[in-house]
Design a protein. Structure first.
Ligand code: FES
Length: 111
C-alpha cells in the first residue's frame, strides 16, 4: 500500500491546561473541533458538534455527566456519548483524555 492509501492512526495531542477553563471549552486539532469538559471526576472529550444540527456542545450547559445543547434541547452523556434526550437520535463520539502534570492531552486522529 502506498503512502496515499495509508490510514493515519490516532495520537495524543496536548490541547489545554487544567487552568484554561471552568466546565467546558472548545479545542482544535488542525481543523477539527472537540469539546473538552471538566467534570467532578476528571476531564472528558467529545466531538464538538451536536449530532442533531451541529451546534457547538462546548457552549452547551454541563449538568452532572451530561451536556445540554441549548439550540433544541438534546442532552448527551459526556462519558459514553449516548443521547439522553431528543431531538438528537445519534450518539456523539468520545475521545480518551490523559493528564500529564497540568497538561491535558486527547487521543484523536492526526490533523
Ligand atoms: S443542534 Fe443540538 S439539539 Fe439541535
Amino acid at each position: 500500500m502506498g503512502l496515499l492509501g495509508k490510514k493515519k492512526k490516532p495520537e495524543w495531542v496536548r490541547v489545554a491546561s487544567v487552568d484554561d477553563f471552568h466546565r467546558s471549552t472548545m479545542v482544535k486539532v488542525g481543523k477539527h473541533e472537540y469539546a473538552l469538559y471538566k467534570l467532578d471526576d476528571g476531564f472528558f472529550c467529545t466531538q464538538n458538534s451536536c449530532s442533531h444540527e451541529y451546534s457547538p456542545l462546548s457552549e452547551g450547559i454541563v449538568m452532572g455527566d451530561e451536556v445540554f445543547c441549548e439550540k433544541h434541547g438534546s442532552r448527551f452523556n459526556i462519558k459514553s456519548g449516548r443521547v439522553v434526550n431528543l431531538p438528537a437520535t445519534e450518539d456523539i463520539k468520545t475521545f480518551d483524555v490523559k493528564l500529564e502534570g497540568s497538561d491535558i492531552f486527547i487521543f484523536v486522529p492526526p490533523a
